[in-house]
Design a protein around this ligand. Structure first.
Ligand SMILES: [Cu+2]
Length: 130
């Protein structure tokens, strides 16, 4: 029985290590910023791009008030470009940002809006508008 308990403990430790590695590996600001508990969402959100490789959006996911404004800025070092392409049908987003460039849009309807950078595999973002 203690064998069983020991292997359960090892499994849990493995899960914890896996979680820490996943969350700690991102770097670039450490601003993981989950969507978080329900509550008032900000009316403006600023999303940047990290300098690490592979790059990611910072924060990866965020909440935004209905009618709020989101601004993306390519803060990666030149010559790294990013694009913003919607992956959900509830909006049209298609934009390329050179280093230092910003793009701003307002989102008039509640919903979950997802997008990606097609230049960097796995560079995805989510905005929960509520
Ligand atoms: Cu990118």
């Amino acid at each position: 029985m203690s064998d069983r308990r020991a292997s359960a403990r090892i499994a849990i430790i493995g899960l914890v290590i896996g979680f820490v590695v996943q969350c700690g590996g991102g770097g670039g600001g450490g601003d993981q910023d989950p969507i978080g508990p329900p509550g008032p969402a900000p009316s403006t959100v600023a999303i940047t791009t990290s300098t690490n490789v592979p790059p990611r959006f910072v924060p990866v996911s965020t909440a935004l008030a209905v009618g709020g404004t989101v601004t993306w800025t390519n803060t990666s070092p030149a010559p790294v470009r990013h694009d913003l392409v919607a992956t959900t049908s509830n909006w049209q987003l298609s934009r390329t940002l050179a280093p230092g460039e910003s793009f701003q849009t307002t989102v008039p309807q509640a919903g979950t809006y997802r997008y990606q950078c097609t230049i960097h595999a796995g560079m995805i973002g989510t905005i929960e508008v509520r």
